[in-house]
Design a protein around this ligand. Structure first.
Ligand SMILES: [Zn+2]
Length: 266
């Protein structure tokens, strides 16, 4: 039993590095758009890599690292250890751990900045194509595997693009209503470009027809939480129309759905 636990040192160390990578990308990429030295979010003095990796407070201003940094480290270490012992049946250990890191990066940047960045989209498309091809070429051979991955990507992107097209109509109506109510248009999009690209990536990752399951569960999760949010807002006595028009970021729900089918299903 002790020996089995010692073998967990590998995923725990990898998980710590994976978590640091998620924090690094989420700290640096949305602000600077280049992958430079990490610096303090407060006073911008650079961290040494040793300080950054051990989550030390800034040596210049003493500001502690955000709670998110600790949460990401702990969650990544825990999930690396768990999925090392119980790997994804669809993609196995190495690719599974890479996908976990990708999900972490996209979720943190989506929640903190509501942004989609080209480098993460391109990385996602590459990881997705490898994953979808791996899943579908086992039974059908490489060529059909690639084809099913590409078809899934096209479907995911296409479906979200059409949703997005209709969402724009409601966004414009919302902007008009805000103007009539004498408020500034807050520029929120009912369903962002981020979700269109994310569904394209998840489509590649799962391929056709598995992307259907991911799409449907994501919509159900998003719907259930939206209803809860609207109920909470109504309880706070906001008007029904105002509550219904609050935009919802769908990205995290689709990631949660993909996570379920990739790692917990079967
Ligand atoms: Zn500082």
């Amino acid at each position: 039993m002790v020996w089995m636990n010692i073998s967990l040192i590998v995923p725990i160390l990898l998980g710590w590095l994976g978590g640091a990578f998620v924090n690094y990308i989420a700290d640096v990429l949305p602000r600077t758009r280049i992958l430079g030295r990490p610096d303090c979010l407060h006073c911008e003095s650079p961290f040494s890599w040793a300080d950054y990796l051990t989550l030390r407070a800034c040596r210049s201003c003493g500001k502690r690292r955000p709670i998110r940094a600790w949460l990401v480290q702990i969650l990544t270490v825990a999930s690396f250890a768990y999925f090392w012992l119980f790997p994804s049946k669809l993609v196995g250990i190495p690719l599974g751990l890479i996908i976990l890191v990708y999900f972490g990066v996209v979720t943190v940047i989506d929640l903190e900045h509501r942004l989609i960045l080209h480098p993460t989209s391109i990385a996602g498309a590459v990881i997705g194509l490898i994953s979808g091809t791996l899943i579908h070429s086992r039974e059908n051979g490489l060529l059909i595997g690639v084809g099913k991955s590409l078809l899934g990507g096209l479907f995911g992107y296409g479906v979200m693009f059409i949703f997005h097209y209709f969402a724009r109509y409601f966004t414009r109506r919302r902007a008009r209503k805000l103007q009539e109510a004498g408020k500034e248009d807050d520029g929120e999009d009912a369903l962002g470009d981020a979700d269109v690209i994310l569904l394209g990536v998840l489509g590649l990752m799962f391929g056709w027809p598995l992307i259907w399951d991911v799409l449907l569960l994501g919509i159900v999760l998003g719907g259930v939480f939206s209803i809860l949010i609207v109920i909470v807002q109504l309880l706070q006595r906001r008007s029904a129309s105002e509550a219904l028009m609050t935009p919802i970021p769908y990205g995290p729900y689709f990631i949660a759905s993909a996570f379920y089918f990739l790692f917990l299903f079967l």
